[in-house]
Design a binder for this molecule. Structure first.
Ligand code: KG4
Ligand code: ZN
Length: 347
C-alpha cells in the first residue's frame, strides 16, 4: 500500500510517497529559507502563500518520481497541526480535495506524532520507547507507548531548543537558521572558555528552560570590547553555548531514563528527532549519555529529522494499519498537544 504524505506546517513544503513495506518512493522538500532569511525567522503569511504556490506541482513531481498516479494510492496523510495555521490549512485542504475526488482515506496527522514515529520508518523499534524531540518549535521528552499513545515527561517552559540556537546565532551575528551556523562556528572553539548557566540542571523532572542561557550569552557579548565578538570569541562562545546545551539535555534525559526504567524495566531505546538532532556535538554527548544509561540511541538520518513528507506518510501508514482514518471534516489546528488524543489501540 502506498500513501502520499503532505507537510506544510512551517517553512518547508514537502510531499512524499511511502509504502507500507517502508520503501520511500519519493521524498521532496522545498525549503522556503531564502524567503524568510531577510526577516531572521519564519513569517507566517509568506509561508502560507508559498505553500499555495508550490504544493500542487510538488505533489505531481512526487507521484511522478514514484512512478505512480493517484489511483495507485491507498490513502493521503497531511499534517493537520500543530503549526502555522495558514500553512496547515493549505496542506490539509489539498489532501481533503484529493481524498474527496479519488475516494481515498484521509489521515489528519499530528506533526509531533510524525516526528515521534519517524524512527520506525528506518529501524525495527518496538513500543514503548523514549523520545527526545528537539526542533525549532518543540522541545519535549516523551514515552511513545503506541500509535496515538504518548506520555509527556517534560517540555520547555520557555524557548524550544532550535529557537535557542537561532537566537544565540543572532546574538553572535551568525546567519539563520542558527543551529548549523553555531555548530560550524563551535568546531574551532573552546567550550570551556566562557562560563554559561545550565538552566534546570540537577533539578527533578524532565522540563527544559533556555531563555536564561540566551540572556547570559547576550550579556557576555555585550561585555566584549567593541560590543561584538571577533572570530576567536565567536568560536569560543558558540562552543560554550553548545556545551551548556548538551549538559542540560543529557541531564534531562537522565531523569527521563529513570522514569522510563522505573515503569518499563531496564534497557530500551532513546530516539532523538527534530532539526536539532542534526547537531553532531549533541549527538556525541547523547550517545555517551545513552550508553551510561543502558539505552540504545537511535537518530534517524538528518533528512528524516528535519520536516519532511515521508514521516507524515509513515504516520498515515501506521494509523491506517490500525483503521484510524479521519473524516473530511478533520480540523486544522494551530495547537495540538501530543498526549491529548489517546487512542486505546496497540499495534
Ligand atoms: O525540525 P525542524 O526542521 O523544524 C521545526 O522546527 O519543526 O527544526 C529546525 C530547527 C532550527 O531551529 C534550526 O536552527 C535547528 O533545527 N537546527 C540545528 C541544526 N540544524 C538545524 N540546531 C543545532 N544544530 C544543527 N546542526
Ligand atoms: Zn517539525
Amino acid at each position: 500500500m502506498l500513501v502520499l504524505g503532505i507537510e506544510t506546517s512551517c517553512d518547508e513544503t514537502a510531499a512524499a510517497v511511502v509504502g507500507d513495506d517502508r520503501t520511500i518512493h519519493a521524498d521532496l522538500v522545498l525549503s522556503q529559507l531564502d524567503d524568510h532569511a531577510p526577516y531572521g525567522g519564519v513569517v507566517p503569511e509568506i509561508a502560507a502563500r508559498s505553500h499555495v504556490d508550490h504544493l500542487d506541482a510538488l505533489i505531481a513531481r512526487a507521484l511522478d518520481e514514484a512512478g505512480v498516479g493517484f489511483a495507485d494510492l491507498g490513502g493521503v496523510a497531511a499534517t493537520a497541526g500543530p503549526g502555522l495555521i495558514g500553512g496547515v490549512m493549505v496542506g490539509l485542504t489539498t489532501a481533503k480535495a484529493i481524498c474527496a475526488v479519488r475516494a481515498l482515506p484521509l489521515v489528519a496527522v499530528n506533526h509531533l506524532e510524525a516526528h515521534a514515529l519517524s524512527a520506525r520508518l528506518v529501524a525495527d523499534i518496538a513500543f514503548p520507547y523514549l523520545l527526545l524531540l528537539i526542533s525549532g518549535g518543540h522541545c519535549q521528552l516523551l514515552v511513545v507507548e503506541g500509535v496515538g499513545r504518548y506520555r509527556r515527561l517534560g517540555t520547555t517552559v520557555d524557548d524550544a531548543l532550535g529557537e535557542a540556537f537561532d537566537k544565540a546565532a543572532r546574538l553572535l551575528g551568525l546567519g539563520y537558521p542558527g543551529g548549523p551556523e553555531i555548530e560550524r562556528a563551535a568546531e574551532a572553539g573552546n567550550g570551556a572558555r566562557y562560563e554559561l548557566p545550565r538552566p534546570m540542571l540537577g533539578r527533578p523532572g524532565c522540563d527544559f528552560s533556555f531563555s536564561g542561557l540566551k540572556t547570559a550569552l547576550g550579556r557576555l557579548v555585550a561585555g566584549l570590547a567593541g560590543g561584538a565578538p571577533g572570530a576567536r570569541e565567536t568560536a569560543d562562545l558558540a562552543a560554550s553555548f553548545q556545551a551548556a546545551v548538551a549538559d542540560v539535555v543529557c541531564d534531562r534525559v537522565r531523569n527521563a531514563a529513570a522514569r522510563f526504567h522505573a515503569d518499563h524495566g531496564p534497557g530500551g531505546v532513546l530516539v532523538v528527532a527534530g532539526g536539532v538532532a542534526a547537531n553532531r556535538f549533541l549527538r556525541r554527548q547523547l550517545a555517551e549519555a545513552a550508553a551510561r544509561l543502558g539505552l540504545e540511541l537511535v537518530v534517524p538520518p538528518a533528512r528524516l529529522c528535519t520536516d519532511n513528507g515521508a514521516m507524515v506518510a509513515w504516520a498515515g501508514i501506521e494509523r491506517l494499519a490500525l483503521g484510524l482514518a479521519d473524516g473530511l471534516d478533520a480540523p486544522a489546528r494551530a495547537r495540538w498537544p501530543l498526549d491529548e488524543r489517546r487512542v486505546p489501540v496497540e499495534a
